[in-house]
Design a binder for this molecule. Structure first.
Ligand SMILES: [Zn+2]
Length: 70
């Protein structure tokens, strides 16, 4: 049963059942990319860099313990 009030959240066109709740694969991909660039990206890419930096800093301190003393 079609629901005429439902529209694609990306471009507001009519929804195609095959790509529900979107009108096309393109809009489904756009939504997926939005999701990735928000949540997914924040929790993967930068975190690795941060962890790497932290590791480097703690390594520096370990390898060079009396650098700040004198
Ligand atoms: Zn659309």
């Amino acid at each position: 049963m079609p629901n005429p009030s439902e529209k694609c959240p990306i471009c507001k066109k009519n929804i195609v059942p095959e790509y529900k709740p979107f009108c096309s694969k393109r809009c489904a991909d756009i939504d997926l990319n939005r999701w990735f660039s928000g949540d997914y990206r924040l929790s993967s890419e930068p975190r690795d860099e941060e962890e790497f930096e932290e590791l480097q800093n703690s390594l520096k301190e370990t390898l060079d313990p009396d650098h700040n003393v004198g």
